[in-house]
Design a protein around this ligand. Sequence first.
Ligand code: G16
Length: 542
Amino acid sequence: MSAVRIIQTTPFDGQKPGTSGLRKKVKTFAQPHYLENFVQAIFDSIGEVGGKVLVLGGDGRFHNRTACQTILKMAAANGFARVMVGRGGILSTPAASCVIRKYRTFGGIILSASHNPGGPDEDFGIKYNIPAGGPAPEAVTEAIFARSKAITEYRIQDAADIDLDRLGTQQLGPMAVEVFDPVADYAALMQTLFDFDAIRAAFKAGFGMKFDAMHAVTGPYAKAILEDMLDAPAGTVMNGTPLEDFGHGHPDPNLVHAHELVEALFGPDAPDFGAASDGDGDRNMILGKNFYVTPSDSLAVLAANATLCPGYAGGLKGIARSMPTSAAPDRVAAALGIPAFETPTGWKFFGTLLDAGKATLCGEESFGTGSDHVREKDGLWAVLMWLNVLAVRKEPVADIVRAHWAKYGRNVYSRHDYEGIDSAAANGLMDHLRGLDLKGKALGAYKVAFNDDFAYTDPVDGSISTQQGIRIVFEDGSRVVFRLSGTGTEGATLRVYIEQFEPDVTKHHLDPQEALADLIKIARDVAQIEARTGRAEPTVIT
Ligand code: G16
C-alpha cells in the first residue's frame, strides 16, 4: 500500500520563471527538494487539482526521466486523477499544447530548457501550461514564484517508478498514469492543416529537403511525418535520434548552431529546402538553396501565402508579432486589411489574442512561428507550412522571398547577441539607456523620433507589462531595440535588434550587416556596449 509522504522544506532563492518557465543548471535542479519545491508551488497556485488530468513530458534532455518520476509521484500525492505522459517522458512543446487542448486536461508540465545545451553540466527547465494549452500568463507565474518563496512542505507518493517506455495505463498509488505515443495526436493535427497530397507529390517529383533535428525532440516527429507520411526520402531527417546531451550540440536552430545544415544548404549540391528545429521542437529555421529566411520574413511570407494551405484557406483574422520582431508581417496585415498586434517577447503574450480569435498567425524574431492550432510556437508546423507553399507555388525559396520584398518592401533586419556578459554590467547598460532622452536628437545621419521602454496593455484582458525592451525609433521608421534575454542561465545576454525599411528593390540583395552598418554602429555607441561589457563584437548574429 503506497502512502503519501509530507516532506518539510525551506524556500530556494530565485525560483522566478523567466521568459519561458524556470531554467537553471541541472546541478541546481538536482539538489534535494529544488524541483519538488517548484512543482508543489505550481500545484498550490493553479486552483483545485483534485480529480484533474495533467499532461507531462519533455524534450528528453538529461534529467528528464528522473524529473518525470518525481512529478508523477507528486501529482499522485496532490490528488490528480490521471497524468498523461509521453512515452519515454518525451513530448515536444507544441505536441504538449496539442494534447492538452485535444483532451481538455487541466494543463500540463513541460520539461525543457528549449534551445539551451543539455547534459549533467548544462541546463534543465520546467514550465506549466494552462488548460488552453499555452504557457502560463504572468499572473500565474507570479503566483507560482510567490508560493515558491513561502513553501514549507511538499507532498510525494511513496511508490515505485513508472515504466515510462510501456504504452498504456499503470497505477501510481490512487492515480492512473497513461503512457501515450507522443507523435500520433500531433501528426493527426498537422494532416488537418496542410495539403499532404501536394507535398507528397513534390517529394515524388524530386523536391530535395534536409531537416536537422539537432539530436533533439523533433527527430521522431519529423521522421514520422516527413519520411513515413509524406514519403520524403530516408535520410531527409538529419540528427534524428534524440540524445540527452543533444550530441554535445547546442540545439538552437540558427546560422551558428545548425552549421551542419547550413553547410549543406550553402554547399555545391544543396537541396531545395532546409529546416531545423530546437531542443523542444517549438523553434524553426528556414533555408532555401543558398538562402536564409529571417524569422520575421518567414512569418510575413507565410501570412501572405496562408490561403494556399487547407487549414488557412478561409483567410487570417490577424497577425501578431513580438515587439523586437521586424514589421514585415505588419505590411502583409495592412495589405490583407486585417489587424496587426505588437506584443512583448514571450509566446505567453499571444495566448489571449489567439483565444479571443483576434489573431491567426503569430511569430517572433527568435525563430518562433505558430498559429491558433495550438498555443505554443511550433517548429514542424512552420516547416510543413513552408512545404505546402513550396509544393503549390513550385518556385525556389529565394524567389518567393525576393518577390515578397519586391511587393511589400524589405524590412532589413538583424539581431546581435552578446552572450554571457556580467549581469551587473548588463543591468547598468540598460539603466543607462533607460535614462536617455533622445527625442529630436541626431545619431549619425538618423534623427530620433522617440525612445522608450516598451510597455504593453493586453487588448483582451487589460493586463499591463512594463520594461519590455528599450526602443530607439528614428524618423524614417528605422529602429534599434535593446533587451536582456530572459532565458539564459549564465550571466546575462544582451540582445540588440536592428531594423531598417528598404523599399528600393535594387538594394534588396545587400547583406543586412552591410545595409545596417550605420545603425549597428549607432546602437553600439549609444549603449556604450564595449565600454560597459568589454565586448567589441557580438557572440551570435542572426
Ligand atoms: C522563449 C520564448 C519566446 C522568446 C524566446 C527568447 O522561447 O517562448 O517567446 O522569444 O524565449 O527569449 P529571450 O530573448 O528572453 O531569451 P524558447 O524557444 O526558449 O522557449
